[in-house]
Design a protein around this ligand. Sequence first.
Ligand SMILES: NC(=O)c1ccc[n+]([C@@H]2O[C@H](COP(=O)([O-])OP(=O)(O)OC[C@H]3O[C@@H](n4cnc5c(N)ncnc54)[C@H](O)[C@@H]3O)[C@@H](O)[C@H]2O)c1
Length: 420
Amino acid sequence: MNQASRATSVPGFFNSSCLNGGQDDIATYDCVHSVTTRIAMDAGGGIEFLDDACQTCSVPIRHPTIGLNECALFCAVIYARSDQQMKYLVTGAAGFIGMNVSLALLERGDSVVGFDNLNPYYSVELKHSRLNRLVAKSGFHFEEGDLADRERLPTLFAREKFDAVINLAAQAGVRYSLTNPHAYVDSNLVGFVNVLEACRHHEVKHLTYASSSSVYGANTEMPFSVHHNVDHPLSLYAATKKANELMAHTYSHLYRLPTTGLRFFTVYGPWGRPDMALWLFTKAILAGEPIDIFNNGQMRRDFTYIDDIVQGIIRVSDRIPAGNPDWSSEHPDPSSSRAPYRIYNIGNNQPVELMHLIETLERNLGKTAVKNFLPMQPGDVPATFADVDDLIRDVGFKPSTPIELGIERFVRWYREYHKC
Ligand SMILES: NC(=O)c1ccc[n+]([C@@H]2O[C@H](COP(=O)([O-])OP(=O)(O)OC[C@H]3O[C@@H](n4cnc5c(N)ncnc54)[C@H](O)[C@@H]3O)[C@@H](O)[C@H]2O)c1
């Protein structure tokens, strides 16, 4: 399942909620990479592709004719389709990122078993709505279960024989970890060791898992780099994510299990999470209620659009890490090892001032927020900014969706979903 074993001439699939999906939208290109192309709509409603070639290897894309669209300018991601169908386990498939990753894998022809315990940390109805989008697709099967249940995964792995695993299930959220520490121990530590054990015993070729920008904790050197030490987490959530990276390394070292950890930077977009700032602000502004602005608005975040995260995850998952022959114990690089182990940041590499986010949201909603300025929250950090050089070097990709476009899409989805 490494890149060399993939087809050399593969049809691609568009993945954009803006496009008329389906077989008519097939583009072709003769490489194995996922391709991002910017698309503009001309005056007559036709679509013009602004990028003609794969950015990784420059192979030309043969564009299809596609239908009318209401957007003026947007990006479409074209995923290489494997002629050799892969079977993935995606944990957290009813979650925000898990649903979107599963959809993209199914679109390129892979099969996916989605695993989730549908816990009530936030609206279970939203999780079911996401799942409904997945179960409608062929190649998808859902398993309800808890990662912390030690008996569950071995049976599932023995039956399904997964080629690759993408572990996104976790107890997320920094603030919740101040009051509910055990939820993080159960899902993120006990659950993660169960995933590692199952991968080890069932010859999974690559485990890709979610870490978080929160591991940078007390670090202040910007941009945050995977080559910096991250030994000072500021929340239990961050500590469990850092622990995941350490646990993964031991399995990569002891059992040669290839693992890649991805530090996501504030992911947002349609089908997002109701506990995150963009959703909370949108809900409150529409209701005329005040929004809490921490650190008196002196916050900067690398907001990363969901389609960019999905593309990053899939590209990374397709690239099985090998040991780094240049790794030296005298100057140990934290992002790699002699073992098949890698860590990458996936962030927009363009931090946004919190007040700019709020102004953009106000413009899209056509309403002004009632602002409640508050001091810094315990466990929170004032800024995040991702160095993505390693991601660009190894998978030829960098998130690039501008915040203005991402917020526009989020607001449109939010209004449609809530009929408001
Ligand atoms: N969204 C972000 O901005 C962000 C940033 C950094 C890291 N992450 C990480 O990315 C991953 C996905 O995040 P998300 O935003 O999609 O979160 P999410 O909460 O929407 O999705 C996580 C899913 O995992 C499920 N889950 C939780 N514990 C489980 C368990 N023990 N067993 C089975 N299922 C379980 C939940 O029901 C949920 O559907 C998480 O690991 C999160 O920590 C997310």
